[in-house]
Design a protein around this ligand. Structure first.
Ligand code: CAA
Length: 248
């Protein structure tokens, strides 16, 4: 699988880093993307990963910006090789009650978490279609499945991601491309650690496994979906949530 590219948006984040590592371990050349190399200390991240044995390439593109995604995807295809795996992992929260939620908090979450999936996938898709192969994996959330108090924006965006997954999966199934979602529960990342401690402890007490998930537990699922072992899985949502939400 040498020179087969896996592109991970939000690849420097808590879950994104583990996904990048898993895909690299599985033989992909990994391009991790960030909205801003300086703000996310990309050079330091690359150095830390190199010390741990991983050679990652970081590309910059704000996923809310269609044109920036288009030029980044073109650059990666022309410079590094075919993007065979796209992981849409870039995501943010702006939690608060809807009655207090201003338009900027709504727009920021919808444009990053949902428009970002369109902006990246639309630009990668033509390349995948031309090769009749691709694996698209969208990192949704348990809170898209069940709704979460204080997250009307995030829950709407994450539910929308899986709607996108189901629709696109049908459109491209005959072209060798699978499209799936992974829905993490509460994972031990800075996003979850930013929740007020007493609220977080209350949330953890509701998880049947009584603990936060580990980023690697999401990465393992992504690694599976990107592999040939998952060839017949498309349009699916794989929950990885310690039992917090169960459904058919
Ligand atoms: N259900 C019902 N009532 C709730 C509740 C819940 N889940 N959570 C809080 N309330 C109630 C409180 O009991 C309180 O009631 P009273 O006023 O009667 O005492 C009232 O709502 C106000 O609650 P807070 O004091 O928490 O209000 P706040 O303004 O300080 O904070 C909030 C609001 C920011 C939404 C805060 O509750 C919060 O951070 N909640 C957690 C949201 C969350 O789970 N975010 C996930 C982030 S991680 C992520 O998104 C990753 C992923 O994919 C899982």
């Amino acid at each position: 699988m040498s020179n087969s590219i896996a592109l991970v948006t939000g690849g420097l984040g808590g879950i994104g880093t583990e996904i990048s590592k898993k895909l690299a371990t599985n033989g992909f050349t990994v391009i991790a993307t960030t909205f801003n190399k300086e703000i996310e200390n990309a050079d330091q991240w690359v150095a830390e990963q190199k010390a741990a044995g991983f050679d990652f390439i970081v590309e910059e593109a704000d996923v809310t910006d269609f044109a920036a995604c288009a030029s980044m995807v073109k650059r990666v295809e022309e410079t590094h090789g075919p993007i065979n795996v796209l992981v849409n992992c870039a995501g943010i929260t702006r939690d608060g009650f809807l009655k207090n939620m201003d338009e900027s908090s709504w727009d920021a979450v919808l444009s990053t978490n949902l428009d970002g999936v369109y902006n990246m996938t639309k630009n990668v898709l033509d390349y995948m279609l031309s090769r009749e192969f691709g694996r698209i994996i969208n990192i949704s959330s348990v809170n898209g499945q069940r709704g979460q108090f204080g997250q009307t924006n995030y829950s709407a965006a994450k539910a929308g991601m899986h709607g996108f997954t189901m629709a696109l999966a049908q459109e491209v199934a005959r072209k060798g491309i699978t499209v799936n979602s992974v829905s993490p529960g509460y994972i031990a990342t800075s996003m979850v650690m930013a929740i007020d401690e007493s609220i977080r402890n209350n949330l953890i007490s509701q998880i049947p496994m009584q603990r936060l998930g580990e980023p690697v537990e999401i990465a393992n699922t992504v690694g599976f979906l990107a592999s040939s072992e998952a060839n017949y899985i498309t349009g699916a949502n794989i929950p990885v949530n310690g039992g917090l939400f169960t459904s058919f």
